[in-house]
Design a protein around this ligand. Structure first.
Ligand SMILES: [Zn+2]
Length: 139
């Protein structure tokens, strides 16, 4: 599944630190795919992606694509933002339960207060210096 890519005409206010391990994740996001690691032994997903399994401590994992779809578990609107994000305030953040059973924290794109448990989908925010991702309400 390819995620929708929204182009943002500025640099990311707080770009993620990319490592040799996370480079694959960010390259995939930039191409419209949300990927994470799956344990070769117990088969469970983890997010953010890790070079080991946090469930059984196996060090054999592989990359797998996620649907990018889920439900909004919780959300809040940030008015008093840290200095780095002050220009973007107010902005919404939330917790999303992805269909694959992962619970992730992410920015939530919504002009109005969304109800809880509403269906959401992950979208790519492609800034001038690289990608981030966010959730928005499914159509
Ligand atoms: Zn495992």
């Amino acid at each position: 599944m390819t995620l929708e890519i929204l182009h943002i005409d500025r640099a990311r206010p707080y770009p993620p630190r990319v490592t040799a391990f996370t480079q694959h994740f960010w390259d995939s996001v930039a191409q419209g795919r949300l990927e994470t690691t799956v344990c070769d032994d117990c088969g469970r997903f983890s997010f953010p992606p890790k070079p080991f399994c946090p469930h059984c401590w196996c060090t054999r994992t592989h990359w797998a694509e996620l649907s990018g779809r889920g439900q909004l578990y919780s959300q809040t609107l940030i008015h008093a933002a840290p200095a780095t994000f002050r220009d973007e305030a107010p902005y919404r953040v939330g917790i999303v339960d992805l269909n694959e059973g992962l619970r992730i924290a992410t920015r939530v794109l919504s002009e109005t207060t969304p109800g809880l448990d509403v269906p959401v989908q992950i979208v790519v925010l492609l800034y001038t210096d690289g990608p981030l991702f966010a959730a928005r309400l499914s159509e």
